[in-house]
Design a protein around this ligand. Sequence first.
Ligand code: ADP
Ligand code: ASP
Ligand code: MG
Length: 284
Amino acid sequence: MEKGQVEPRPVLVQKFGGTSVATAEKRAQVTGHVRQALQQGFAPVIVVSAMGRAGAPYATDTLLGLVKDIAQDTPARSLDLILSCGEIISAVIMAETLRAAGIPAAPFTGAQAGIITNGQFGSARVLRIQPERLWQALDQGIVPVVAGFQGVTETGEVTTLGRGGSDTTAAALGVGLRAVEVQIFTDVNGVMTADPRLEPNARTLQTISYREVMEMAQLGAKVIHPRAVEIAMEGRVPLRVLATGSNNPGTLIVDAREISHRAGEPVTHVEIRSDRVVRAVTQM
Ligand code: ADP
Ligand code: ASP
Ligand code: MG
């Protein structure tokens, strides 16, 4: 590389769930993870869920309740429009939190991020990603913060991807941007042998195959959305489930054949498996 040329940066998608962005304290932890990714030489792309769980002012269930108080037969198109707002609020707040910490960042709705879906309101499927605007931001050294759980149809209708669908946004962006890894930050240390709310002795797994975790998710373990696993598996992007605010490497989800030689290995070094890298540097 010539002197003065900027080191290329591989894309790393980092998704933060509702509890991870619920308070200023948690958002400061998110900022720490983003800063660390930048310092490690990655170009992070952030995906956020709506802030907090049921009862929080802009949580998905709260928005749903606002409409249900008026009518029981709200058109699915209207429901998707209001539900998409929780993630949009979260994206703006997280982008501003990053900017306030000196990290250039900009929020994007699903539509602005180029997430094109079919027209199945409430559980739309991602058809393709048109990530030009995200590449533009990355090339300018700006960290994109994308509103999870939503997309847009070819005709401009706002859609949502099904409950828990921000994971799907992260996986789809991971494939579309040819990311080195998609990190799903949440309120547990990783994929566990059972739901820790029901089984206090549950253990965190170091690695698990796409197929095994998909089976768990389909059986109702909501730690990760099954469609996110499917998309990552087909696109051959590794997933990692880990806790916000912790340095624990969490659970790596890869193809069964890769498990033996990648077990527990955290992404602490730049491993360029991507043919699309970003050339801008973000100030820290
Ligand atoms: P987020 O808002 O970050 O997307 P979710 O509530 O959707 O978080 O998923 C995390 C939750 O999944 C955990 O708090 C945990 O109770 C639950 N869960 C269910 N099964 C499992 C499992 N096998 N391993 C880990 N967490 C699990
Ligand atoms: N906020 C949405 C939900 O509660 C999407 C998500 O959290 O992934 O289902
Ligand atoms: Mg979830």
